[in-house]
Design a protein around this ligand. Structure first.
Ligand code: 6PG
Length: 243
């Protein structure tokens, strides 16, 4: 069963997530000398990013030992407002002492197919144990009102049959760029910690569906995220939790 924590609102949820980020970073750096984090896109984590950029949190993290990856990206240039990298850069990365060579962005400007191939090759360089990708100390995830997470969308399960680590997809969701690149569930599921941040009443139906034990994963892709040996925590606000 997933662990679900309900907070009053996005503010409270983001503070708790920032505390947890600091704690996980400290533990990982102490134990393994580095903290590998995969960020998500979307609006929900922006408050967390802003908090982490503030001195009170930023000075608790040894940023020189942090490696930043992304769980998904839109196929746009890094200076585009629709770029997940860009959003994280202006909210967080520009404000902490992260070494540029430790920021491993998904190069959306290359077009989704080539971007996916290049990111898979990059992940391979950080392969751990017998994996062709790094075991993330933390994978941050969001939830769409349609049940997607990262860029794993409903009805696209066939794309995951290839055993790829990174896939290219084209999907219209809200007003966001349609061509996207996403890590696949096997990569997220090897993480040591996976944290979903979910806020707002528009997510309530999806949240109920994906946290059910026998969820239809093709209809509700976020339910594919079930870490094999890691922790899965849903940090949600009251509005998303609904009843
Ligand atoms: C993306 C995301 C995506 C996001 C959800 C939730 O690139 O769009 O990584 O999976 O997390 O769509 O987005 P919101 O937080 O904006 O609701």
């Amino acid at each position: 069963m997933a662990q679900v924590e309900v907070y009053a609102d996005l503010e409270a949820l983001s503070h708790a997530a920032a505390d947890r980020f600091v704690k996980l970073a400290r533990e990982a750096i102490q134990e393994r000398g580095r903290f590998n984090v995969a960020l998500s896109g979307g609006g929900t984590p922006q408050k967390l990013f802003n908090l982490l950029a503030q001195r009170a949190f930023a000075e608790q993290v040894q940023w020189s030992d942090v490696h930043v990856f992304w769980g998904d990206e839109r196929a746009v240039p890094p200076s585009d407002e629709g770029s997940n990298y860009f959003q994280a850069k202006i909210a967080l990365l520009d404000h902490v002492s992260l070494r540029p060579e430790r920021i491993h962005r998904i190069k959306g400007e290359l077009g989704s197919q080539r971007t996916a191939a290049e990111y898979a090759a990059l992940l391979k360089q950080f392969g751990e144990d017998d994996l062709d990708w790094p075991r993330f100390d933390l994978a941050l995830m969001g939830l769409g009102s349609d049940g997607h997470t990262a860029s794993l969308f409903p009805g696209q399960g066939a794309l995951l049959k290839s055993n790829a680590t990174v896939i290219a997809v084209t999907v219209n969701y809200e007003d966001r760029p349609a061509n996207r690149v996403s890590l696949t569930p096997q990569v997220f599921n090897s993480a040591r910690n996976v944290i979903f941040l979910v806020s707002g009443a528009s997510k309530a139906q999806a949240l109920t569906a994906v946290t059910k034990e026998s969820a239809d994963v093709d209809r509700w892709p976020a339910a594919r995220i079930q870490p094999e040996a890691g922790e899965l925590i849903w940090m949600v606000d009251k509005a998303a939790a609904g009843k």
